[in-house]
Design a protein. Structure first.
Length: 406
């Protein structure tokens, strides 16, 4: 049996993990802009009326192939890594590791619930907190078993759920009425109307059978992150260069192939509403999602070992250190830019994917600048400080000590 004691070297910060988390937030921000802007809620006819419609289709396909579900998967993967590193640091301080972790998850659920229920129903923090409750069950499980369970929940379990859903309920389809309601409320309503529709849409997502497959896949990513941390893949990257190279090659091949099939819908629902057809479609899609997620992580691990590239990637580390703060600020930025209830440009439903590329790049550059400037003066991001204070039950140090003069 694998010892329950973390083997990860104790370190205040692990720069590569922070840089990888910052990279994950770059993709999360881009994928979420499609929703913030209202493009996700629009009908095909409404999308065709956008001034950049001739380019939007190309950008949308690229987003589906290269971004959608890959960076959220990487974000979840790194949450599993953080779980192991958190236990490591707690053990070094001689405190009750598991009890402290559950308090940490409890407050994360509170933060995610406030974010999801009062601002944006697509919040993922609540789900990380809930699925994270199961992670301590795998502390005494061997690394091989953790890897096997991680792959099962990441790929096979969502495909089984999709197959059973199709068998029991028939082919799934988008709820155009719900999307139309969201687009109308978010583009013209006051905060009360936004809050009402946000709750309706949140309940709609919660009760969706298809959401179960997505949630199970998140848990699989958490387990794969736990495996990676226990195997020291991300904390001793130089020693695992031989592992990253085949992971990059095979992950890219499987990932690009699976995502092209999924994005192009080359396995149409016309194949029937039976179990096997839906199972095969979801299996290919999940293999594609996971393949590119792991290929991205492997690529950055290899690049981080090249000095000139390491200097570039280290620029992302402050965003990774302030991941919770930046994730929440992305919502405020998106709602200021697109929603009607805040005093901003109110661009909901008026901007397609092509111009969103500029918003994505500029918005993320602003986050990099902000995180770097903030951490020159403070030990933590504001949300991280609050989360840490609530977890430990006492006020934590916040501002960096001024350097002594003379």
């Amino acid at each position: 049996m694998q010892s329950s004691l973390p083997a990860t070297p104790t370190s205040d910060r692990l720069e590569f993990v922070d840089a990888l988390r910052g990279f994950a937030l770059f993709g999360v921000f881009g994928a979420n802009l499609w929703i913030f802007s209202g493009f996700t809620y629009m009908s095909d006819a409404q999308r065709a009326m956008l001034p950049t419609a001739h380019l939007d289709g190309i950008v949308s396909i690229l987003e589906l192939v290269l971004v959608e579900n890959k960076f959220l998967g990487l974000f979840a993967f790194l949450f599993g890594v953080s779980f192991w590193l958190f236990l490591d640091r707690a053990r070094a301080r001689g405190v009750d590791r598991t009890g402290l972790f559950y308090r940490r998850l409890g407050w994360l659920f509170v933060i995610g619930s406030v974010h999801g229920w009062l601002f944006w129903c697509f919040d993922v923090l609540r789900f990380y907190a809930l699925w994270g409750l199961l992670l301590p069950l795998f502390l005494r499980v061997s690394n091989k078993a953790v890897l096997s369970w991680g792959l099962f929940f990441s790929v096979l379990a969502p495909a089984l759920i999709s197959g059973l859903r199709s068998l029991l309920f028939g082919p799934s389809g988008a709820d155009s009425a719900m999307d139309a309601l969201a687009l109308q409320a978010f583009s013209s309503g006051d905060y009360g109307e936004v809050l009402r529709v946000n709750w309706i849409y949140d309940w709609y997502l919660t009760n969706s059978v298809g959401q179960i497959a997505y949630q199970v896949a998140i848990f699989g990513r958490l387990l794969l992150g736990l495996y990676a941390a226990r195997a020291l893949l991300l904390t001793e990257i130089e020693k695992h260069r031989a592992d990253f190279r085949p992971l990059l090659i095979w992950g890219s091949l499987v990932g690009v192939g699976g995502n092209i099939i999924a994005a192009g819908d080359f396995l149409p629902s016309g194949g029937g509403a039976g179990f096997l057809w839906a199972f095969a479609k979801r299996l290919i899609a999940e293999l594609g999602y996971l393949g590119l997620t792991l290929a991205d992580a492997a690529a950055l691990a290899l690049l981080f070992q090249i000095p000139r590239w390491a200097r570039v990637l280290r620029v992302l580390a402050p965003v990774g250190r302030m991941a919770l703060t930046c994730y929440l600020l992305q919502t405020l930025f998106g709602q200021w830019l697109f929603y009607a209830f805040l005093p901003g440009p109110n661009l909901m439903g008026e901007v397609g994917p092509a111009p969103l590329l500029l918003v994505w790049t500029a918005g993320y550059a602003l986050q990099v600048w902000f995180a770097s400037a903030w951490l020159r003066r403070f030990l933590f991001g504001p949300a991280e400080w609050l989360w840490r204070t609530l977890t430990y039950g006492r006020i934590q140090a916040f501002r960096k000590a001024a350097p002594e003069v003379g």
